[in-house]
Design a protein around this ligand. Structure first.
Ligand SMILES: Nc1nc2c(ncn2[C@@H]2O[C@H](COP(=O)(O)OP(=O)(O)OP(=O)(O)O)[C@@H](O)[C@H]2O)c(=O)[nH]1
Length: 310
């Protein structure tokens, strides 16, 4: 099964995300690839959807942020795109107010996380706004920092509105915050497609039943259970995890129950909810600076141990 590539476009309001999206779509069209777009806007009316050609499947999520108020709607629309349109890539333009970890959390539904590969987060930075960020509220400043810190590719935009010295300062400040990401200084978000395709987070290693997109910074990992596990061993495993595992969610079978549980874990608190039908036993992890290979081995060992005790 070919996985659909997911690209997340993040960046503050007015930074140039839609300008970037338009170019990416033109480029994809030239390549003849089938792509789809999801756009999230905070208002009730879509402003940017005209930027997308009619032949590109488009889902709009209006009047709320995908990372909080409308994440159920996002799940339904994403599932529809994946099952009906089956595009090779989906570009998700987030609202400027979205936090990257929460966006990943909303996108990676355990129902279909195994059908996607998150290629990366592309953050567009509004150069002049960044350099004048001290005039913004502390919360907004923090959000701008988070959008830079978690990006895989950073588009330093509106270079035309900056002097050379300001461009150098901008580049230096951004690199100091995130040295792993590739930075591109641009005007009108002009980025070559090969720089976007160069995002190859999943290609380091790709075990048959999982995907890994990076182990250096913010990354996601999907594990598919084949067998039940023992609850107490699973909880020992949870306690042993590094603090940089921010979120875990998915379905798992706890020996000896026949039906799966929906499992949620954030801020160290596990929560189980019994399901009464079978579900895909995908479990999704989101974290930072993690060696997913070790976590994969531990999960596999939990399954083996439960099978031996049968
Ligand atoms: N001077 C200058 N203006 C730019 C540049 N890139 C984009 N703009 C303008 O900035 C405005 C916002 O650009 P958009 O691409 O709509 O930004 P956005 O991030 O999608 O905005 P929201 O959807 O409102 O969050 C538009 O008027 C663009 O024409 C640039 O590099 N330089």
């Amino acid at each position: 099964m070919n996985k659909t590539e997911i690209y997340i476009l993040s960046g503050f309001l007015g930074s140039g995300k839609t300008t970037l999206l338009k170019q990416l779509l033109e480029d994809e069209k030239k390549q003849g690839r089938k792509v789809a777009v999801m756009m999230n806007e905070l208002g009730k009316v879509s402003i940017d959807s005209d930027s997308v050609d009619e032949d590109v499947p488009l889902k709009e999520l209006l009047d709320g942020c995908i990372c909080c108020t409308i994440s159920d709607k996002l799940e339904a629309q994403l599932q529809e795109l994946l099952t009906v349109e089956k595009p090779e890539a989906i570009y998700i333009e987030t609202t400027g107010a979205a936090h990257p970890v929460e966006v990943l959390d909303s996108i990676l539904s355990p129902l279909f996380a195994d059908r996607m590969i998150v290629k990366g987060i592309i953050s567009v930075v509004d150069g002049p706004r960044w350099l004048n960020r001290k005039s913004l509220s502390p919360q907004v400043q923090q959000l701008l920092i988070e959008q830079v810190r978690h990006a895989d590719l950073i588009v330093l935009n509106k270079a035309d509105a900056l002097t050379e010295a300001e461009q150098a300062l901008l580049t230096m400040e951004i690199q100091a915050l995130n040295s792993h990401a590739f930075n591109i200084l641009t005007s009108y978000s002009k980025v070559a497609m090969k720089q976007i395709r160069g995002l190859s987070p999943g290609e380091k290693r790709d075990p048959a039943h999982s995907h890994v997109f990076s182990d250096l910074k913010l990354s996601t990992y999907v594990y598919q259970f084949q067998n039940p596990v023992n609850q107490s061993d699973f909880e020992d495993f949870l306690r042993s995890l590094p603090d940089t595992v921010y979120r875990i969610k998915g379905y798992l079978k706890l020996h000896p129950s026949n039906y799966p549980f929906l499992f949620q874990f954030s801020y160290g608190m596990p929560l189980y909810m019994q399901e009464h039908i079978n579900m895909p036993l995908n479990i999704v992890f989101i974290g930072e600076n993690l060696d997913w290979g070790i976590i994969e081995q531990q999960l596999f060992a939990l399954e083996e141990k439960a099978a031996e005790s049968l």
